[in-house]
Write a protein that binds this ligand. Sequence first.
Ligand SMILES: [Zn+2]
Length: 111
Amino acid sequence: MKKWKCIVCGYIHDGETPPEFCPKCGAPAEKFAELPEEQRKLIDRARMTNQFHIELLGLLEQVQAVAELGIEDELDPPCVTLFKKALQAATEIQQAAKAEIAGHISKGKWG
Ligand SMILES: [Zn+2]
């Protein structure tokens, strides 16, 4: 399917023709540029992976929240050590996922 990019805000529309108005910024249809085949394929291929990254970020936030509760609970030192490790690991993976997403955006693998 063809893809159209709003040159004003970057919104990407899937369809045979551009939308009458950009749903994000309201720009008219003539502000949409058709994306070349190569870029369309990149976006299609990356959409599912990007969704996985978003889901991963949400799960890692849950890990962080549980780890913080465990640290606060402070039953005994081994528990606190484990929860601190979990918090650190979740934070590191989260930051790595964000860096990966930023790379996808800069390479046009988003939209
Ligand atoms: Zn727009």
